[in-house]
Write a protein that binds this ligand. Structure first.
Ligand code: SF4
Ligand code: ZN
Ligand code: ZN
Length: 302
């Protein structure tokens, strides 16, 4: 027997355990879009003449992000969207996601910039991990990608940098920081504020569960690559993800609670950890809080 939508008589395509609602395609799309618009309005203060750089990997999250931002701002000639894809040099993986990223930007008519670790850092993630096993691949990848994204966003004159982090990503990061006792990292995760040398970050999907991002991509027929990075299994994040998913099944709404609780707590923590003063890295000139940036440190440029 088909289950009916809680808002109309049509067939439901999803059951949101945390809200108790069954939703049809139309009402599911409306629900996701309403949450994203609300997050943008409440937290990301889009202003006239903003240039929004969008980190686009080619996976479902960033595809949904670009699609939604395009849908919202397409009729605002003063707002420009620029998609940025970083090619880390992960053989057998990144070439597939790059292809779908190109397909999506062409379909939407959004300017697309592709930058690679190879051109910027003179090495690839595969080369780094073949030599260096002190830290997991994701540590190198994350730091270098963030650096290159920020640098490229500055180069194109972007005033905001949007990333596709969803509710699961955010909840995992919050829990990970707790488990590691890394309070200073929590401050960085708090709602963004302006810091010189860094383009203001925006995460419009932070209240959408990963499963719903995937379904939204599917029902809108977005070109998305679902292949998994070969290094993904190395991350401790995987354990936290499984733990949170189990918890969510037993106690629906856990991920939302974690994020909402964090958002309430974050301004209080931020007061204790007053603004980090940013200086310029003495090697590459990027903004950083110590004399040398994380990227240069990881690349052994000291
Ligand atoms: S899983 Fe890790 S190595 Fe792979 S793209 Fe993500 S951060 Fe980079
Ligand atoms: Zn409906
Ligand atoms: Zn540097």
């Amino acid at each position: 027997m088909n289950v009916k939508c809680s808002k109309c008589n049509k067939e439901a395509i999803i059951f949101q355990k945390y809200s108790g609602m069954h939703l049809c395609k139309k009402h599911f799309i409306e629900d996701v879009e309403r949450k994203i618009k609300l997050t943008i309005r409440k937290h990301f203060n889009i202003q006239k003449n903003d240039i929004i750089a969008v980190a686009l990997s080619g996976g479902k999250d960033s595809a949904v992000l670009l699609f939604m931002l395009h849908k919202i701002f397409d009729k605002r000639p003063d707002i420009e969207l620029i998609a940025i894809t970083i090619d880390e040099g992960i053989d057998g993986y990144r070439e597939h996601t790059l292809k779908t990223a190109k397909e999506l930007t062409a379909k939407l008519g959004v300017r697309h910039i592709i930058r690679s670790f190879e051109d910027e850092f003179d090495t690839t993630l595969d080369e780094i991990t073949a030599k260096e096993r002190e830290k997991g691949a994701c540590s190198y990848c994350g730091v270098l990608r963030k650096t290159l994204l920020n640098k490229t966003a500055i180069e194109v004159g972007a005033t905001k940098l949007a990333t596709g982090h969803n509710l699961d990503d955010e909840a995992q990061t919050i829990l990970l920081n707790h488990l590691r006792g890394e309070v200073s990292r929590m401050v960085k995760l708090a709602q963004p504020h302006t810091l010189e040398g860094l383009v203001l970050r925006a995460k419009p999907l932070r209240f959408i569960p990963e499963k719903e991002v995937a379904l939204y991509a599917l029902v809108n027929d977005l070109p998305v690559d679902f292949s998994e990075c070969p290094y993904a299994h190395e991350a401790i994040r995987g354990e936290v993800r499984d733990m949170l998913n189990d918890f969510e099944v037993a106690h629906p709404g856990t991920k939302y609670s974690l994020l909402k609780g964090f958002d309430t707590m974050a301004p209080i923590i931020s007061k204790e950890y007053t603004d980090i003063e940013l200086a310029k890295c003495r090697i590459c000139g990027q903004a950083c809080s110590l004399g040398i940036c994380q990227a240069c440190k990881l690349l052994g440029r000291e």
